[in-house]
Write a protein that binds this ligand. Structure first.
Ligand code: SF4
Ligand code: SF4
Length: 435
């Protein structure tokens, strides 16, 4: 490789890395717009959960077909990155297959293994494309999956296919070099005859072309990720680590409300005591906008893979209600992106007259939830759409008193009769007289 190629390569690599870091940092900033929450407890349990669910893909394989092919892509991409490391070193220092010089025969074995993985990735991408384009699996074609969501899912599969083909073609061309020092390659050896009879100079140009296509494709892929649901390849591990470990569906209490209730129940409390002048201003009850959610909920939104497993398990969705837990996560991310753009433009967030509630998620969606927790259980990376729904309902009830009529009636009964029914406490034992 000419030195000028190394310089060009290094500049492109630096630019691509800078751009990626800049956009990834915006996502980080957006996530930390959320409220503080302590999820660093029970570390042993968290590491174990991450090993099982994120590393071990235990929830992916609940659906065996998708699980198997997802594992092919996952393992393929992780291991093929070793070859990418070699490409980066070659690109910067002008070497050629730098690892081959000190790995000897093991190098050829490793490349053959990567080629088998590359075929696995190609197969998995084709199956995933077929499921979306030919079989048209229902959960990939629901209303929230129109437009960008649908193209994003396909784009990434096309990019992965192109990267794997470039890798195999690069190796196949090299198999035809007179001065071949590596190989034979198992898979690319099968397509190498395509290039038989070409001049050595043409082969070198072709090999360089596929080499550049492969690495430029990887850098383009990297910079595509911050705008794609595929950012989950970075966030799914921390997402699982910070998952809610409490009992399924257990609701959190608001500390400020608990304090008030405790004071009301305390017979020694002075009912006329003046409020503490140094007390912080009361927080908003529940969530109207993304900044009212905690940072783990916001990280959940950026981690969502839009797989739709939650929606397909949701009883409200199954019975034709407007609710889709996947849409709750997508809306949260879209609103957060919108807030981020305001910050980019104005330096800090200035009320733009919009909010997650009503502009993205409707009240009808929120009240359709049965709080069954099936969506949380189904999510392969520990996302909790229910917690967002609950926080938004909390806002509606406590800040706007805007619960549905049936709920308002029930809550009034609890307040007045200490029971959800419309009977006075004094009448509770009337049924005994009838017995
Ligand atoms: S908790 Fe709500 S959103 Fe989640 S599956 Fe149950 S009904 Fe659907
Ligand atoms: S919340 Fe989980 S299950 Fe639902 S679409 Fe996102 S990743 Fe899939």
């Amino acid at each position: 490789m000419e030195w000028i190629d190394n310089v060009i390569f290094t500049v492109i690599l630096a630019l691509a890395s800078f751009l990626f870091a800049k956009n990834a940092n915006k996502i980080r900033r957006n996530i930390f717009l959320g409220k503080e929450i302590n999820r660093s407890d029970r570390k042993g349990e968290r590491w174990a959960l991450m090993a099982k669910v994120a590393l071990g893909q235990s929830k992916m394989v609940v659906r065996p077909v998708a699980g198997f092919f997802h594992i092919l892509i996952y393992v393929g991409f992780v291991l093929i990155n070793i070859e990418v490391l070699e490409i980066l070193i070659d690109g910067i220092f002008g070497t050629h297959r730098v690892f081959s010089s000190f790995l000897g025969g093991i190098y050829t074995l490793a490349i053959n293994f990567f080629e088998i993985l590359a075929v696995g990735v190609i197969l998995a991408c084709l199956v995933f494309l077929a499921r979306r384009v030919l079989v048209k699996i229902k959960r990939f074609h629901s209303p929230e999956m129109k437009g960008w969501a649908s193209s994003d899912a396909k784009n990434i599969l096309y990019i992965e296919l192109a990267l794997m083909y470039a890798l195999l073609l690069m190796n196949a061309v090299e198999s035809n070099f007179d001065s071949e020092t590596v190989g034979p390659f198992l898979i690319s050896g099968l397509i190498a005859p395509l290039f038989n009879g070409l001049e050595q100079s043409s082969l070198h140009i072709l090999e360089r072309t596929f080499w550049w296509l492969h690495i430029l494709g990887i850098l383009a892929f990297l910079n595509y990720l911050p705008f794609s649901k595929h950012f989950h390849i970075f966030l799914s591990f921390p997402n699982v680590w910070y998952a809610n470990l409490d009992q399924k569906g257990r609701f959190s209490n608001m500390e400020s409300v608990t304090e008030e209730v405790k004071k009301m129940m305390d017979p020694n409390a002075d009912p006329y005591a003046a409020p503490d002048p140094n007390a912080p201003p009361p927080e908003r009850f529940g969530a109207k906008d993304v900044m009212d959610l905690n940072w783990v909920q916001l990280m959940n939104a950026y981690s969502c893979t839009e797989c739709g497993r939650c929606t397909s398990e949701c009883p409200a969705n199954q019975t034709g209600k407007k609710l889709s837990p996947r849409k709750i996560m997508m809306d949260t991310r879209d609103r957060l992106d919108e807030v981020g753009k305001v910050i980019d433009k104005k330096g800090s967030f200035i009320d733009d007259g919009r909010s997650l509630l009503d502009d993205f998620i409707s009240r009808e969606e929120l009240w359709a939830c049965t709080t069954c927790n099936a969506c949380v259980q189904a999510c392969p990376i520990g996302i909790d759409p229910l917690s967002i729904i609950i926080e938004m309902r909390r806002y509606l009830v406590m800040e706007e008193s805007a619960a549905p009529q049936e709920l308002n009636l029930m809550m009034a009964n609890v307040e007045n009769n200490a029971a959800p029914w419309q009977f006075a406490q004094a009448d509770r034992l009337n049924w005994l007289e009838e017995a």
